[in-house]
Write a new protein. Structure first.
Length: 291
């Protein structure tokens, strides 16, 4: 089980470039990948989003890319021949007009403004994309490791809450039959007070107690809740993304606990149900972090 939050970073020098990739993620209902890189490298975005989608199922993911080029291969020197010829013609005219020697050299001409210009070469986008994606995967390895460690902590906490719920459920199941016995005794006592001079109809008391027991029966709810807890443990052992499934399962657990609470009709049971719902809510809060 993995957490949705995590961080990873990798840096590598490839073909004279220093490539740095950072991966950060926080909770999100779906997968939302944002790539942030220098404008000149916007062509990397699609490939990085695809690579992220192959490794991450859910979360708001930010990928930061930095590329520092140290290679002279990235620079192209261009010669403006027409401009150089204009300079040369102008210098010849100046020599003739002034009577000075025309001693223009190649170096002199090359130093004239805009004759030689430097431009950034167009990168090999396919090769650079492969290089950046390879560095991304190194960062993603560290990112996944952190998410896995956080996921283990979340799983341990959920298991602890699950065991607490099982303990509370055992108390609920033990209390439920006693509640019916106490109701029957209370009903018999009230009838004795009201009908002190009249013979009490024991059959009527049994019938009333049976109706009460049927109306407040929680056997089905406790069985389903135990089934949900069993499914919870199975999901925690799954190596696939389970966040959404867990969210749905906890909703069902909460529904069963609400039904038990509505049928409680007993102070002790009501208190147990409050504790039960509190633990389920704590699980719900934790699984919001699970991929």
């Amino acid at each position: 089980m993995k957490s949705m939050t995590g961080y990873g970073r990798a840096r590598m020098a490839i073909d004279g470039r220093e490539i740095s990739v950072e991966v950060r993620a926080v909770n999100h209902r779906y997968l939302d990948v944002n790539v942030k890189c220098p404008r000149a490298y916007n062509f990397l975005e699609e490939a990085l989003k695809k690579a992220a989608g192959e490794r991450i199922a859910r979360g708001k993911v930010d990928i930061f890319v930095q590329i520092i080029g140290n290679s002279t291969d990235d620079v192209v020197v261009k010669v403006n021949i027409p401009l150089a010829q204009h300079y040369l013609t102008a210098l010849r005219s100046l020599s003739e007009a002034t009577g000075l020697a025309n001693d223009v050299s190649l170096l002199t001409l090359a130093k004239m403004p805009e004759v030689l210009t430097e431009e950034q070469a167009e990168p090999d986008t396919e090769k650079l994309t492969q290089d950046v994606v390879s560095v991304f995967h190194l960062a993603a390895d560290e990112f996944e490791g952190m998410r896995g460690r956080e996921g283990e902590k979340l799983a341990d906490d959920v298991r602890f809450r699950k065991q607490t719920i099982i303990g509370l459920l055992e108390q609920v199941e033990a209390r439920a039959p006693q509640r019916t016995v106490e109701y029957r005794e209370k009903l018999e006592k009230r009838m004795q007070e009201l009908l002190s001079d009249t013979t009490i109809d024991a059959q009527r008391i049994l019938t009333e107690a049976a109706v009460f027991a049927d109306r407040t029966a929680i056997d089905e709810e406790t069985v389903r809740l135990r089934s949900h807890l069993s499914q919870l443990e199975q999901m925690l052992c799954d190596d696939k993304p389970i966040g959404r499934k867990l969210d749905f399962l906890v909703q069902e657990m909460n529904r069963e606990s609400n039904t038990i609470g509505s049928k409680a009709n007993d102070v002790t049971l009501s208190k147990l149900v409050v504790e039960l719902k509190s633990e389920i809510e704590k699980i719900r809060e934790q699984i919001q972090n699970i991929e």
